[in-house]
Every structure is written in C-alpha cells, then in structure tokens.
Ligand binder design. Structure first.
Ligand code: P6P
Length: 341
C-alpha cells in the first residue's frame, strides 16, 4: 500500500485532534496562511515576467525602499486573515504600529505577527525569499487586540512558520509538536507533506552563514568565533564551509535541514543586530528548538527575550545546538573585551 498523500489541510486537522479543547479557530488561521502563501508564490514565481519589480518609491518604517512585491504580499496576508474572526490583531514588518482588525469584522483569540516577504532585496536576482509568521494567544481583556498582545516572549508562541519561495515553494511550521514541511504542487495548488518531523542533524554539518563583511565591527568574542570557524584558530584545523545568500529564510531553511549555524551578530553599527525579534528571530528560534536545535542572542534563548517594542532587533544565532552553544562560549568568554558592542 503506497503512502497516503497528506495535504496541509489534512495535517492541520490531525494536529487539531491532538488538542481536545481545539475549536478549529487556530486551524483556520493556518489554512488562511497557506492560501496567502499560494497567492504570494504565484506572484513571486511570475515576478521576472510581470512588471511588478522595482521599488514603489515608497519607504517602509525602517527607511528601506519597499519593493512592489513586498507591499503586495503584505496586503495579501492581511486580507486573507482580517475577516475570519480568529484574530484579535496583527503586526507586520511593513506597518509601523500594530494592525487592528477592521471594525466590520469579528475578532478572535489569536494574534498574528508576520514578515510578509523577507529578503525582498533579492527578488530581482531570483534568490529564494520568504514569509515568516508567529502566532500568539491574545492576553489582554476586551474584544479587540492591543499592542500588548503583540509584545509577548517567544516561548508564548502557539505556532510559528515560514514559507520559502525557492526552486519549489515550501511551507514549514510547528505548533510545538515537531516541525513539518509541505511542498507546493502548483499543478493541483496543494501543499503536500514532504518533510515529517524535521530534525536538525547533530552534530550538524560544518556550515556557517554570516555576513563576514561586518568582521571589523564585531565584538572580540564574535571575531574569535569567526576565526575558529574559518580555521584561523589552531583549535580548529578543519574550516567550516561558508554558505550565505543574504536571504534569512533561505539560509535558515538550508541549515535547518543540513545542520550548521546562521548568525546575524551585534556590531558597532547595529548594537542589537539587524534582524527583528518578534516576526523573524522568535518564530525561527521556535522552529529551530522544535527541530532539536537552538536559538540564541549569543547569551540567552531568543524565546526568553521579553519584547519592549514591536520592531526591536536582536542578535541571532540559529542552528545546530553544538555550534550555537560554541558561539555562546566564545561570546561569554570574551565579554568585556568587546569594543563598543
Ligand atoms: P546583510 C534581508 O534584507 C535580511 O533582512 C535577511 O533576509 C538577511 O538574512 C539579512 O537581511 C542580510 O543582511 O546585512 O547581510 O545584507
């Protein structure tokens, strides 16, 4: 008997049955996210053919030029989820403030934070890009969500996931019971289970992903760890392989499956690093831990960071536990020797 074809809808229902108290609201959020991912995948794959490339001449709240596809993907996710009655509010990298549910729609007990199209500067080079999402329960009283509902630590997440738009489109998510990957079959428009219970290999492959161009701006500990990885430290006679695309989801996804470490360290220019805590680092750290890996800011679990602001940044070390723990030893061991970081 051949293996059954497991669609993401079937998987979500089976996951829901594992939670007796489940009302289906949570499952509907995942369905709607999968629908939005299909829409975005179609446009990303057509981007080279349709004149939707290039900037909108607008800039997002971080002063970065907003690509047309960025803005469009942001709208697709919002409109796929604003009316279902399962969310109390949302937050997006593309929006300065948290996003209330329109008054004309009912609200629910969950909160969605998302980066609609991370790595979008790579769109025109056809490098894989991604969507990242994080789901929390609403914690404030009252019908409609508030900013405080968005400012929760990563260990409170009820689900996290990403979509990588690459040679194929994959949706990877966890609800705290392991990590599952679904590959989109565009011929039938379905995400099909392709990676059941993803585990990051341990020891992981000797791969490191970081923008070495920031070397001179790093702390002494980060530079020492980088020297170790590159075989410049006698303690490591076997250099790691460097793999860095400049697209977070693509780099994270490869290391999740093969092992290795992804880093975006603090530096003198970015004292808290470049990546965002709530809708980039925290969801990916949840996935990394669920796959047997680790997510750290260099000194503590990313999931234990108590957010203070919606778009706050954090240094990021994600991947095989042994490599992330080694990075922490170098950073802690050289703490205080850091020049300005
Ligand atoms: P750098 C893309 O702009 C992004 O937000 C992530 O996808 C990626 O990991 C990082 O920034 C790359 O930053 O400074 O190396 O170009």
């Amino acid at each position: 008997m051949s293996q059954p074809v497991i669609t993401i809808d079937r998987h979500i229902i089976e996951q829901e049955r594992r939670n007796p108290g489940a009302t289906g609201a949570f499952s509907n959020i995942l369905y709607d996210l999968a629908f939005a991912a299909k829409m975005i995948s179609r446009e990303v794959n057509m981007a080279g053919l349709v004149d939707i490339l290039g900037g909108t001449d607008e800039r997002n709240i971080h002063g970065e030029e907003v690509q047309k596809l960025d803005a469009w993907a942001n709208e697709v996710i919002f409109k796929a989820l604003d009316h279902g009655g399962h969310l109390a509010c949302m937050a997006s990298e593309e929006a300065e403030d948290f996003i209330p549910i329109p008054d004309r729609f009912p609200t629910g007990k969950y909160v969605l934070l998302y980066d609609p199209l991370d790595g979008s500067s790579n769109i025109e080079a056809n490098v894989s890009i991604g969507t990242i999402f994080s789901i929390h329960r609403k914690i404030t009283s009252g019908e409609r969500g508030q900013l405080q509902d968005c400012l929760q630590p990563g260990h409170s997440q009820v689900a996290a996931g990403y979509v990588v738009y690459g040679s194929s489109t994959m949706l990877v998510y966890t609800t705290g019971h392991g990590v599952f990957g679904f590959t989109l079959d565009p011929s039938i428009g379905e995400f099909l289970l392709s990676h059941s219970s993803v585990r990051t290999p341990s020891p992981g492959r000797r791969i490191y992903s970081v923008n070495d161009g920031n070397y001179t701006n790093w702390s002494a500990g980060q530079r020492a760890f980088s020297d170790y990885l590159r075989g410049l430290d006698p303690a490591n006679p076997k250099p790691f392989a460097s793999r860095y695309t400049g697209s977070l989801v693509a780099d994270f996804h490869r290391n999740l499956l093969y092992g290795g470490i992804f880093m975006y360290p603090a530096d003198t220019t970015n004292p808290r690093g470049k990546l965002r805590l709530l809708y980039e680092a925290a969801p990916l750290a949840f996935i990394a831990e669920q796959a047997g890996g680790r997510g750290s800011d260099g000194y503590r679990r990313i999931l234990d960071i108590e957010p203070q602001q919606l778009h706050e940044r954090t240094p990021v070390y994600l991947g095989s536990s042994e490599w992330v723990e080694l990075a922490e030893r170098y950073l802690v061991g050289n703490r205080g020797q850091s020049e300005g970081v």
